[in-house]
Design a protein around this ligand. Structure first.
Ligand SMILES: *Cc1c(COP(=O)(O)O)cnc(C)c1O
Length: 478
């Protein structure tokens, strides 16, 4: 009943806006084209609409409301200056079909951002045409494939992906037509060198890795891995969705990687969630730049122009990717400045280790060594409640839960990433709440079994919600 009141606000003949009567000349519409039944639209006032959508927005949870420690997805604060600049009239009102000479400012931002990303990663050149991290992976793998084909090497049909990898890695490889060869990890989640050696042969096109790995641990054998892979004639792909831990500290190209993508919508503070908009720029070393997708932005005689390479893997998106996302990331990098880029990494790593040390007596810590920007626990030491129950109880305290049941290496994984943008007070409060929940699990486990108690909706059937979503309130009322 309550939901009915909120959703069903239409009243016959109520209007929110009146069209001026004389703005359009009378026009006879052909009978066959006229509407036979009235348009089924809600009839509401402007105030009704404003309240409706404001209310809906308040049912959501976002990083502007509170701590959002989602591991592997880097929900960091989105500074408002980024939004302000991206909504500049000169950016929002341009059209992708305009001549290059009329959009020099926009092209300059693409160009300058790519120069900055090259400086940060060591890659020679970037494309911004990919709309997301996974899309960037596909582009990078297409480049890898074309590189081997151009050398007349048609046998390289397989890509190595460690078992700890983000799910998009094997998925992208598969979409790109590669067969996935899984290699196991050590107990620390790092690549098992012996397993890697035995997987390498002349059918391997390359390997996809992330460093620090999915456990948040730095792959210290990376130089040896790179040598093994290169000696095998294969390429190294770096999944740089979350670059937090390495910003200004170490560059993927120096670790030996040939191709990479970055998620601007994770690493560089552009908002994400709910499916977009994102940007997954792809960077390559100099021997691969000619393969980058068309079109590219180049600078010639102090003018920015479009460049189409004959060797490119093709066109992978309409026009230019998500331009405003690039503006926001550019703004974030410039606001930090060269002197602060490395502080992102230092603070992100410090915050994660602070949580790790503060909670290790309450939550199982399978990997005890220094972590990078995220830390993985394996559930409560007491085992009095599951990770899912702890996550649901966190909602009652007003926190978004961490990533749960990923990585798959442990059965009760909780992957916590505080990012560089949180204050010590926020992190201390989160630690306090995590300890209170552990105590509740001992003393009153029912509280956790039935959580959440204070949210607008109680515990949902997540599988049903994903498989048979009810997207219209009218279906709910049936
Ligand atoms: C988020 C993420 C991706 C995929 O990025 P999308 O923009 O969601 O497609 C890939 N790899 C890692 C490690 C990630 O965290």
């Amino acid at each position: 009943m309550y939901d009915k009141l909120i959703y069903e606000i239409s009243k016959e003949n109520r209007i929110g806006y009146s069209l001026p009567s004389d703005s359009v000349d009378n026009f006879e519409i052909e009978e066959s084209l006229t509407r036979k039944t009235p348009l089924d639209m809600p009839e509401v006032t402007e105030l009704d609409v404003v309240r409706h959508f404001t209310r809906l927005s308040q049912k959501n949870y976002g990083v502007d409301q509170g701590f959002y420690p989602l591991g592997s997805c880097t929900m960091k604060y989105n500074p408002k200056i980024n939004e302000e600049l991206a909504s500049n009239f000169g950016f929002t009102k341009i059209h992708p079909l305009q001549k290059a000479t009329s959009v020099q400012g926009a092209l300059e931002i693409y160009y300058e951002t790519s120069r900055l990303l090259s400086e940060i990663t060591g890659m020679e050149e970037f494309t911004f045409n990919a709309f997301a991290g996974a899309h960037g992976e596909l582009v990078g793998l297409m480049i890898m494939k074309q590189y081997h084909i151009n050398r007349g090497d048609f046998k390289r049909t397989k890509v190595i992906v460690p078992d700890s990898a983000h799910g998009t890695n094997p998925a992208s490889s598969s979409v790109c037509g590669f067969e996935v060869v899984e290699v196991g990890s050590t107990a620390k989640g790092t690549v098992d060198l012996e397993a890697l050696k035995s997987a390498l042969n002349d059918e391997i096109a390359g390997i996809m890795l992330t460093n620090p790995n999915t456990m948040g641990i730095f792959e210290s054998d990376i130089c040896e891995i790179a040598k093994l892979v290169h000696d095998n004639g294969s390429l190294l792909y770096y999944d740089g969705a979350n670059l937090n831990a390495v910003l200004g500290m170490v560059r993927p190209a120096d670790m030996g990687f040939d191709i990479m993508h970055i998620n601007l919508h994770k690493t560089f503070s552009t908002p994400h969630g709910g499916g977009g908009p994102g940007s997954g720029p792809v960077g390559v070393v100099s021997k691969l730049t000619h393969l980058l997708p068309n079109p590219r932005v180049v600078k010639e005689n102090n003018q920015f122009t479009f460049y189409h390479s004959e060797d490119a893997i093709g066109v992978i998106s309409g026009f230019w990717g998500n331009f405003s996302v690039v503006v926001k990331a550019y703004c974030y990098i410039l606001s930090l400045g060269k002197e602060n880029i490395a502080n992102v990494a230092k603070l992100a790593v410090l915050n994660a280790n602070y949580i790790k040390e503060s909670l290790k007596d309450t939550y199982k810590l399978p990997i005890t060594e220094l972590c990078k920007h995220e830390v993985v626990f394996d559930g409560l030491i007491s085992e009095k409640a599951t990770t899912l129950e702890v996550a649901k109880r966190l909602l009652d305290y007003g926190y978004h839960p961490p990533t749960i049941y990923f990585p798959l290496l442990f059965h009760q994984s909780m992957m916590i990433e505080p990012t560089e943008s949180e204050s010590k007070e926020t992190i201390d409060d989160f630690i306090k709440i995590m300890k209170i929940i552990a105590q509740e699990a001992d003393e009153n486990p029912e509280l956790l079994h039935n959580a959440p108690h204070n949210t607008l909706v109680r515990r949902l059937d997540e599988v049903k919600a994903a498989k048979t979503p009810i997207l219209k309130y009218k279906d709910l009322l049936k």
